[in-house]
Design a protein around this ligand. Sequence first.
Ligand code: DLL
Length: 425
Amino acid sequence: MSRDEMRELQGKRLNKLVCYVYHNTPFYRNKMQELGLVPDDIRTIDDIVKLPFTTKKDLRDNYPTGLFAADKSEIVRIHASTGTTGSPTIVGYTRKDLAVWAESVARCLSAYGIGKNDIVSVAYGYGLFTGGLGLHYGVENLGATVVPTSTGSTEKHIRLLHDLGITALACTPSYALYLAETIEKMGLSIKDLNLKTGIFGGEPWTNEMRKQIEQRLGIKCYNIYGLSEIMGPGVSYECDCQCGSHISEDHFYPEIIDPVTCESLGYGKQGELVFTTLTKEGMPLLRYRTRDLTSLIDGKCECGRTEVRMTPIVGRSDDMLIIRGINVFPSQIESVIMEMPEFEPLYMLVVNRINNLDTLEVQVEVKDGCYSDDLNAMIALKNKLANKIKSVISIKAEIKFVEKGQLERNEGKSKHVIDNRNFNN
Ligand code: DLL
């Protein structure tokens, strides 16, 4: 589709969407009324800048289903993503939303060169996370064979890769490296496997990681990007040229804004990515601020696709961390520590990537009266904190007791995170 045709289609879809949310979502009707807008004011895609932004806080304030536009009877699936304060973000899909999602993922897969004869292992988590089921139905929609491996049980997975002659692997890039390491440890060679293609996303990854995975698994790696609020995996994807990820902008209209001033930035400028879901029915969103930092590339790609591309995500404009593909907000760990009388209300999170796996260390200070020379008592206290943290963020953290006074006391904004991973290359 030419750029002009695409913009025309986007304008038509936006106009329809704005009428739909105005009549079906009191939240958007109120926001538009506050701005003195009626649906007819939005006629072309250029009018989008008149519309209000939507933030994660809006989703939280309207928890659980306040932003659903479709009738309850039309919602056929719910997913959820991690929230900052314990309440997750709930997303609802109609049957048509699921069809668009499956087709969008199939579009990504076909750009990776995957076809009906391929066997794809989906090793993203199945469940509330959108990774597993999102990829799963995309593979089925394409007509390839899906193996719903999910996460965990790495050796069993490797056996299946071998015995079934699986040709494509979908998982987080860090899990791919862990898999490579386990294959080596098991004394197997990649020559024993039939893997050709990697479908990696859910967390930022560097070119360095890409090279390592390609070399150690003997495959070609492709990026897949997405977020639950907008749909899940499949919002953008790499083609064979691998110079940015094409955005399926007939469904998800992208903008880049300055995260501080909210001013729209043009192509080539780095800022916060914002999406409008042009065709969604269940929970359509206007100008949703993803907090992901990237830039947009205009112009035709050598592959022939005309869709706008986005550069790799370099970071976020909020404090969310992605550890082993799981979204973690420091405030979630903070609230666990604050609730335990044994600790000072201070902490530092140290994130590293060791042997290709993300690790999380939580540093805390034990209160004077709670410190003991009994080693077992101290180990029990560490385990108690680690278990409580795990129940909130699903990740096992290493707990380190540091000496009294070592953690920064600050009256202003304290720094709570040291992230030693580098996503900027
Ligand atoms: O991670 C959806 C997904 C699953 C995408 C599997 C790709 C593969 P959420 O849990 O809502 O959804 O997390 C969304 O993860 O805003 C980005 O910060 C980050 N993210 C996702 N894909 C990529 C990627 C899924 N390819 C958040 N590169 C997003 C960098 C990514 N960051």
